[in-house]
Every structure is written in C-alpha cells, then in structure tokens.
Design a protein around this ligand. Sequence first.
Ligand SMILES: [Fe+2]
Ligand SMILES: [Fe+2]
Length: 157
Amino acid sequence: MLNALNEQINEELNSMYIYMAMAADLDEMGFGGMAHWMRKQAQEEQVHAFKFQGYVKDRQGRVVFKAIPEPQTTWESPLEIFKAALAHEEYITGTIHKLVKLARELDDIATEVFLNYFVTEQVEEEDSAHEVVDALEKVGDSVGPLYQIDSWLRKRD
Ligand SMILES: [Fe+2]
Ligand SMILES: [Fe+2]
C-alpha cells in the first residue's frame, strides 16, 4: 500500500508539472486569465502531493520521490489544453480508484478513509475542467468570447 501511495505522490507532482507547462503555453498564447487558472490548478496538485506525503509519514512509511517525466510544452489552442487537462484528471481519477480498491483488498480501513477525500476531490476536478471545455467548445475561434472566458478564469482564487 505504501508503495502505491508513493507512486501517487509522483502522479500528483507530474500533474502539477503538466499544468505548469499548460499555464506557460496559455501565457504564450496571450491568455493570462486561463494561465492563472491553470497555475492555481498546479498549486492544488502540489497540495495533493503534500497530503499523500503527510499520510505516508503518519503511517511510518518512507517517502520516495521518483523522476517526473518531461511534460508536453505546446498545444494547438486553449481548447486542446483544457481537453488534455480533463483527460488527465480522468486518468488521475482512475489511479485514485485503484488505490481505493487496493486498500479494500488489504483491509486497510484507515487508508480507504484517507482516500475518500480524493474520490470526492476528483469529481470536482473533472467537473471544473468540463465546465471550461464546454465553454471553449461553444465559442470556437471567436476572439471576443475567448477573452470573456479569459477574464472569467482570471477570477479563480
Ligand atoms: Fe490531484
Ligand atoms: Fe487534479
């Protein structure tokens, strides 16, 4: 179980790295509000990594950091970026569900309860990415509406 939790730390840091790369590309495209949203997303992933790290420590496990793969650096459009972010969140949901199944197999009740937070969190993560993908799909290439989405996303705390 501890090995699997350590792998999840790497997945969360990898997510952070991917979203940082997406934020940089959005900045490059001139969408500072979208970039801001994506940087907030990256920060959340770091918080997730810290939560897993803290839990491994609390269970007297050893935290082992692994290499983070080099992320993709350019995408076609903001829509392609947010679609990729959504697909990544769906992948992460799968990794969390696998952890829950493993905890159940091992009858590790404490870990299952710890993971509940992430099960709920992933529902929100997918929903918020979906929301942006839907909005971007509606506006297509129209510059005015794209900048409206940009100022909407700039408001994320
Ligand atoms: Fe996460
Ligand atoms: Fe996430």
